[in-house]
Design a protein around this ligand. Structure first.
Ligand SMILES: Cc1cc2nc3c(=O)[nH]c(=O)nc-3n(C[C@H](O)[C@H](O)[C@H](O)COP(=O)(O)OP(=O)(O)OC[C@H]3O[C@@H](n4cnc5c(N)ncnc54)[C@H](O)[C@@H]3O)c2cc1C
Length: 386
């Protein structure tokens, strides 16, 4: 079907359908790529997002390493941190019953943050729009075709539209639309999933007062509790997809009984009522072997995703979004030059992450017969998937 004229599309101006770079996905990676392109180049950018953001976007704890990245994006620490909750420490019972507290105080960079992801992602998106990126949200992706230029077919409400661009950046998170469409090789190390319960304001104010994350291992995985701004709390259990099914942990009552049985988390869960929402997310680790010099690349979770125990995801999304924007600029303006370096740095980063992660899981030796821990210690059956 022929694309309708740009002027026919609600909100779009004539000429908006032809840009230099289309970014698919407006999470932290997509917004960082758009902001970088708008701040540092003259390229025309469209940022396409399929959904309106909701308050249950997972990924909330960030270290102070986030602040220099935000500054690079033109967002000063003082300008945004008051909307979020200061994060002073991580407490973990990992490898033993005792809770070990690691305080941000001693790292010299100040505290981290427990993000309100709805506010954080919306702020980045707004910044991209203010700098001149065309925000296309919500928009359903109908198809992507390549040729001399990319053609991205979208539906916005009742209307269809086709955006054209010289370059595409896949920032679609774990759905990794382009990585899949281009059959880019992916190394996936495991099949971990996280089941999250979100608790409303007014319930169990203890974690909020302490303003720290709490991690506790069990025979079948590990619990993670984080305070969120506004008095909310996120409590997650990370395990394998198989274990989730075998133990029926998608049933909220079974899940709660499991939480109550753990020592430190159990004491806090007793104070919490029924969760406001109960969600399941994939949290496996994977990295894409991106092309060295093509008219597309990927950033954020679409390029590499990490176990939440690392708290690497949001920082990686911002830094890889910034790098991918530079790769795109070099391709559009000079025909390439930065793709190979970017691809190598992603693979090296993932390799070093995988080594650290293995060492961390090896520190838990209390359940040598449990499948979850055996799989973590057995190199996790690394395999390439298309
Ligand atoms: C349970 C869990 C806990 C986590 N905890 C932490 C943590 O404590 N700290 C941390 O730093 N990280 C954490 N992470 C990781 C962090 O959330 C992600 O790494 C980060 O959000 C990645 O950003 P992104 O922009 O790459 O992807 P996303 O934030 O996933 O954004 C991708 C966007 O693309 C959109 N999209 C998808 N498909 C399409 C399409 N076809 N067309 C248009 N748009 C599309 C999506 O709607 C979404 O808005 C956690 C993740 C999970 C799942």
């Amino acid at each position: 079907m022929a694309a309708p004229a740009a002027a026919d599309i609600g909100g779009a101006r004539a000429g908006d359908d032809e840009v230099d770079v289309i970014i698919l996905g407006a999470g932290p990676a997509g917004a960082a790529a758009a902001i970088t392109l708008c701040r540092h180049t003259r390229l025309r950018v469209a940022l396409v997002e399929r959904r309106l953001f909701d308050p249950f976007r997972p990924g909330e704890t960030v270290s102070p390493a986030l602040f220099p990245l935000m500054e690079y994006l033109g967002i000063a620490r003082a300008g945004f941190e008051e909307r979020h909750l200061q994060s002073y420490a991580h407490a973990a019972a990992w490898g033993g019953d005792e809770l070990v507290v690691r305080d941000f105080l001693f790292n010299g960079q100040g505290s981290g943050l427990h993000l309100d992801r709805l506010a954080f992602d919306s702020m980045l998106l707004e910044q991209a729009g203010q700098l001149g990126a065309q925000i296309v949200q919500p928009a359903e992706l109908l198809g992507i075709t390549g040729g001399a230029r990319w053609a991205v077919a979208l539906r916005q409400g009742e209307r269809k539209r086709t955006l054209g661009a010289a370059y595409l950046i896949d920032c679609s998170g774990r759905s990794s639309v382009m990585v899949r469409q281009q059959q880019c090789p992916v190394l996936q190390t495991d099949r971990m999933v996280g089941v999250y319960a979100y608790y409303d304001a007014g319930q169990a104010d203890a974690p909020e007062r302490l303003q720290r994350t709490l991690v506790e291992t069990t025979a079948n995985g590990w619990f993670y509790l984080a305070p969120l701004p506004g008095g909310r709390t996120a409590l997650a259990f990370m395990t394998d997809a198989e274990t989730l099914r075998t133990l029926d942990l998608l049933d909220p009552d079974t899940w709660r009984r499991h939480a109550l049985a753990s020592t430190h988390i159990g004491a806090l869960v007793r104070e919490l009522g029924a969760p406001q929402a109960f969600r399941q997310y994939p949290v496996h680790s994977r990295v894409a072997r991106l092309p060295a010099n093509a008219a597309w690349t990927a950033a954020g979770d679409a390029a590499a995703s990490f176990d939440p125990v690392s708290s690497l995801g949001i920082g990686h999304a911002l830094s890889s979004g910034i790098h991918a924007a530079r790769v795109a600029q070099a391709y559009v303006e000079q025909g390439g030059g930065l793709g190979e370096g970017y691809r190598q740095s992603l693979l090296a980063h993932f390799q070093s992450y995988a080594t650290t992660r293995r060492a961390l899981y090896a520190n838990e030796q209390r359940w040598p017969g449990a499948g979850f821990w055996q799989r973590r210690l057995a190199q996790e059956g690394e395999r390439a998937v298309a």
